[in-house]
Design a protein around this ligand. Structure first.
Ligand SMILES: CC(C)(COP(=O)(O)OP(=O)(O)OC[C@H]1O[C@@H](n2cnc3c(N)ncnc32)[C@H](O)[C@@H]1OP(=O)(O)O)[C@@H](O)C(=O)NCCC(=O)NCCS
Length: 194
């Protein structure tokens, strides 16, 4: 079967939702991006060490800019419509072009949690992933303790596939990866175009 190849757009184009504007990361975001990943509540969800140096924000932004060109990954800033301030981020990495799949990642400053913002942004970026990038399957890998992330994925319509045992080494211990995925036909049924 011939399929259109998976193709990222560099820089990722803006996506509007009811309350949000998802847009490419910009140099002006450095301070807010650093604030996001130096917050231990946010980094705990990702299983990463909190940032200590704003240079790390610059480094990751450069990585995503190049990754979008190389078809390896992309990231949007989450902003509210109106204020242009970065309040979170989301995007794709671990893209396997030949298998038409990618992994989604997302985060939000804690003061914005619990208002449906995360799921609103993820629905929009999953739609973009299927319709514009050309994925067939989108994966999400979650820490088994991260109930907020699992709840978000269930709400969006991802299927829980199980635990990949001790697949991740974090702070001197092996932890399971909790695998979720959604396929394009499933998403189209659950989130028909308006
Ligand atoms: C994961 C995260 C983005 C969720 O964002 P959010 O905007 O609070 O999520 P939503 O409000 O859209 O919640 C969606 C659903 O998730 C569930 N949920 C959210 N927070 C929850 C919590 N603390 N415990 C259990 N379930 C929760 C609920 O079912 C909710 O739906 P409902 O409000 O209709 O009941 C946010 O907690 C975060 O940034 N965490 C740190 C980073 C992180 O863990 N990233 C994911 C790594 S895999």
């Amino acid at each position: 079967m011939q399929r259109k190849p998976v193709k990222l757009i560099s820089p990722p184009p803006p996506i509007e939702t009811k309350r949000l504007l998802l847009r490419a990361l910009e140099p002006e975001d450095i301070e807010d991006y650093f604030a996001l990943y130096s917050n231990v509540k946010v980094t705990a969800g990702h299983g990463m060490t909190p940032w200590k140096d704003p240079e790390q924000a610059l480094h990751l932004m450069d990585w995503y800019a190049q990754a979008a060109i190389d078809n390896r990954g992309c990231r949007w800033a989450i902003t509210e419509r109106g204020p242009n301030r970065l309040i979170g981020s989301l995007g794709y990495h671990a893209i396997e072009e030949e298998h038409y799949r990618g992994e989604i990642g997302y985060d939000l400053l804690p003061e914005y949690w619990g208002r449906g913002i995360g799921s609103e942004a993820v629905v929009a970026v999953v739609r973009f992933g299927f319709e514009e990038i050309g994925f067939h399957r989108i994966e999400a890998i979650v820490d088994p303790d991260n109930q907020a992330s699992a709840g978000l994925l269930r709400k969006v319509g991802f299927t829980e596939e199980g635990y990949l045992r001790e697949r991740y080494f974090d702070n001197g211990r092996f932890v399971d990866d909790w695998m979720f995925s959604i396929l394009r036909p499933e998403f189209e049924i659950q989130h028909p175009k308006e």
